[in-house]
Design a protein around this ligand. Structure first.
Ligand SMILES: Nc1ncnc2c1ncn2[C@@H]1O[C@H](COP(=O)(O)OP(=O)(O)OP(=O)(O)O)[C@@H](O)[C@H]1O
Length: 801
């Protein structure tokens, strides 16, 4: 119940709303009719100017003197306006502005699409300028033809490009106008000329036909007709002939009658002698075949980044270069390790046919091809013996290496090199990554940068004993996203019970963080707030699913693409949806204190949120089964394990051993369901994170953090009692729609009553309060509690008493 109530509030509290100037219908009528009348007055004063302009010329400057009389039909104001627009302005082209003023009035009165009006003003003004320059070309002084603008622009242009230049410029202007406005091409110009030519021809033909009457055709055509005939070609001859064909009995002399040759695109109807002219089809200037296309044409695609269009992504120099970067090959160490491996295996009578080393940042992989007949399990069992003989921690045996017919032995390097965040961010792999949420985790054993898409994971579980690199790992993930994603595209919800790890991100609150509407701090450190936030995210998820459903999209990227193409109307509640990344550090602590209250929303989000762009990263020190429960595990296929202390812990995280054999300091295993990849996590230190957040934080931000839907906990005793007086005007109609359809869904109301999503949602809440529909049931439609209209009427009547 509480959740539903909340939904209503949420939708009201969308962020980044801009105030918009909206007029009531009455105000529109007043403003519109004023403009229509004003435009008509302009027109009258302009017409009058041609008769009275000269006479009024002298009194323009004596405007305030009452004795002076103006001749203009609209007296002094008319004289002044017409002089201003025609003489001082555009000349005859000023009439365009009177027309545009009337048009504006009509648009406002009848509430017609404003984009079209803007277009009309734009082109109208251009035509007025062109016309005034074109007419100004023919005058040698400032007069009513081109006005001051036409005269002065001409004088200026002629000074520089001469008269011929001006003519050419005008022609070019006209062609550009026709090409852009009417989408004309060279072909359409050709077609236009052709049809014009044909028109002229047919005029003459008519004339010649007329001359060829009366019906009794005599070969002695009148001299006049003959003259015309001789001027025009065969074509005319044929038609005359055709006319003769139709009256054969009257043909007196022996005219040769031949079948008429039909000219291309000029079919003649022989029966009634009416010529049908078939024109070459012009390329149609498609105006608005589709509103979305038109909007995109007028305003371009929707750009979610526009509010922070000047946002600068952090640059690489904010990240540190480390001295111990870059792999150095220690030949001695390699040789020594190889010998020890071969020796140990030989001690157990295992022959090796070849061995190959791949040097990574922290470990070196020795790939062994055993001699034929050696059982793999035998080598696997020797793990501890090999570790002992190499006297090294963190030996891991991969037998066999998936996809290869070899056995791998990973041996830690004596001197591990640091994989700097800078090097992975700078890598081509990351820079060119075409992913929704690219994350550069670190480098593989073959020293390749490892980049994954968080959106594909779709949720990440991170575990490792204390001090093994978890916090650095989380920072690496967040830093990667900051380097690749604009604040409009991704938002973080940060939960940090330790209160220290993520505090630096406070500086980018208004850029990248999301929070509950009434909370002061965006980074959540208090456990009760975590519960509210998680539930709030569930509501955001439900809202997003509803939006996706209404937009008929399967996932967030399809939805956002559609929204950018302006195919979704913001008035129906549609908005650009940024990805939301929820990061929970110290998940064990949360589960211990809040248990099911945390587990349920986390599990719900993990199960459902992938399609609508909410992704979870949870990190824990204690990977025990009561923290990472079956339900959580099942929904977090992507896992990162840093070093843990026991095999059991390793199994809990990875469903297999291995994490207990890592060497710490960012050495990790990554799995996304099948293979396990050993990686060295990229290292990003606190001062580096601070520099990045400072850099972003110092830039222009949104007015507030991204506001999540408000969630009112059960304990706050929300009641759905909506005062009958406060009900929506469409309450009864909505109730009838729901009862008739026996389906309690907001989208049904949206469709049937043509409502926006918010209003339909509010109506559903009111229907629930009135006991007409049941409670919220997730993605299912609500139950309808009233069987038919009669019962509904009875219920509503009883309510009134
Ligand atoms: N990728 C790395 N490369 C090099 N050194 C690292 C890396 N990750 C961590 N370290 C080293 O390990 C130390 C501890 O790392 P970190 O703070 O991330 O551990 P943690 O697992 O978050 O510990 P806790 O759970 O106690 O917070 C770091 O200060 C750093 O010196």
């Amino acid at each position: 119940m509480a959740r539903t109530k909340k939904k209503t509030k949420t939708t009201k509290k969308r962020q980044f709303k801009r105030p918009s100037l909206t007029l009531s219908n009455q105000q529109k009528l007043v403003a519109g009719s004023f403009l229509i009348i004003f435009g008509m007055l302009l027109f009258i004063s302009f017409v009058s100017y041609f008769f009275t302009g000269n006479a009024d010329e002298s009194i323009i400057n004596e405007f305030t003197t009452r004795e002076v009389e103006a001749k203009n039909w609209l007296s002094k104001i008319g004289a002044w306006l017409s002089n201003f627009f025609i003489k001082q302005g555009f000349g005859v082209a000023a009439f365009i502005f009177s027309g545009l003023t009337v048009l504006t009035g009509v648009f406002i009165t009848f509430n017609i699409d404003k984009a079209r009006l803007k277009k009309n003003w734009f082109w109208g003004t251009l035509i007025a300028i062109w016309l005034s320059v074109a007419l100004g070309f023919f005058t040698s002084k400032i007069d009513f033809l081109g006005g001051t603008i036409g005269y002065e622009v001409n004088a200026f242009l002629q000074d520089y490009i001469g008269k011929i230049g001006v003519v050419m410029l005008l022609i070019f202007g006209a062609i550009t106008y026709l090409a852009i406005r009417f989408k004309m091409t060279a072909d359409s110009f050709k077609a236009l000329f052709k049809s014009a030519k044909k028109n002229i021809k047919s005029d003459f033909e008519d004339l010649s036909e007329a001359a060829s009457q009366p019906p009794i055709v005599d070969n002695d055509l009148t001299a006049e007709a003959e003259a015309i005939k001789s001027t025009f070609d065969l074509d005319t001859e044929q038609k005359t002939t055709t006319a003769n064909t139709q009256t054969p009995p009257a043909v007196k002399n022996d005219l040769e009658i031949s079948a008429p040759i039909e000219e291309e695109g000029d079919v003649e109807n022989k029966e009634n002698n009416i010529a049908i002219e078939v024109e070459n089809a012009l390329e149609e200037a498609s105006e608005t075949d589709n509103l979305a296309n038109k909007l995109v044409e007028d305003f371009g695609e929707f750009d979610p980044k526009l509010d922070l269009s000047k946002f600068q992504f952090p640059h690489l120099d904010l990240l540190k270069k480390y001295d111990s970067e870059g792999i150095t090959i220690n030949q001695e160490e390699l040789e020594e390790n190889k010998n020890k491996i071969v020796e140990t295996l030989n001690n157990y009578k295992i022959g090796i046919s070849s061995i190959k080393a791949t040097i990574g940042p922290t470990v070196t992989l020795y790939e062994i091809v055993p001699e034929a007949g050696v059982r793999i399990s035998k080598i696997k069992n020797l793990e501890d013996d090999i570790a002992l003989s190499l006297s090294a921690l963190g030996i891991r045996i991969i037998a066999p290496i998936p996809g290869k017919g070899t056995i791998g032995i990973e041996v830690p390097n004596k001197n591990a090199t640091i994989v700097s965040m800078r090097s992975v961010i700078a890598s081509q792999k990351f820079q060119k990554a075409d992913m929704h949420l690219p994350v550069a985790l670190g480098k593989t054993i073959s020293n390749e940068t490892f980049v994954v898409d968080l959106a594909k994971m779709p949720h990440l579980l991170m575990a490792g004993a204390t001090g093994q690199g978890k916090s650095v790992g989380l920072n690496a993930v967040l830093t990667s996203l900051l380097y690749k994603k604009h604040p409009a595209e991704v938002k973080f919800v940060l939960v940090d019970p330790k209160k220290v790890e993520l505090t630096l991100f406070n500086k980018i609150e208004r850029h990248y963080l999301a929070k509950l509407p009434d909370s002061e701090e965006a980074i959540i450190t208090d456990n009760t707030k975590v519960i509210n936030t998680l539930n709030s995210l569930c509501i955001e998820m439900d809202d997003r699913y509803e939006l996706l459903k209404n937009a008929m999209c399967r996932n967030i990227s399809e939805y956002n693409t559609k929204f950018k193409a302006r195919k979704l109307n913001p008035n129906d509640g549609h908005r650009f949806l940024p990805y939301i990344v929820l990061v929970v550090d110290e998940f064990a602590d949360l589960i211990m204190t809040a248990g099911k209250e945390v587990e349920t929303p986390i599990a719900r989000l993990a199960q459902l949120a992938r399609a609508i762009g909410i992704h979870l990263i949870i990190a824990t020190q204690r990977p025990s089964v009561n923290v990472i429960t079956g339900i959580i595990k099942a929904n977090f296929p992507a896992r990162i394990a840093f070093r843990v202390t026991s095999k059991i812990d390793s199994r809990t995280i990875l469903d297999g051993a291995g994490a207990d054999q890592l060497i710490g300091r960012g050495d990790m295993l990554y799995t996304q369901g099948n293979d396990m990849i050993r990686l060295q996590c990229a290292f990003v230190d606190t001062p580096e994170v601070e520099q990045i957040t400072d850099y972003i934080g110092s830039q222009k931000a949104y007015p507030d953090a991204y506001l999540l839907p408000e969630y009112v906990g059960e304990e706050s005793g929300t009641s759905l009692d909506v005062d009958i007086e406060d009900r929506d005007k469409l309450f009864r109609e909505a109730a009838e729609v729901i009862v008739i359809a026996q389906q309690g869904s907001a989208s049904l109301l949206q469709r049937k009553l043509k409502l926006g999503y918010n209003r339909a949602g509010r109506l559903i809440d009111q229907l629930e309060a009135a006991g007409i529909v049941g409670g919220f049931e997730g993605s299912k439609a609500r139950q309808v509690l009233v069987p038919d209209i009669a019962a509904l009427n009875q219920l509503l009547d009883e309510e009134k008493q």
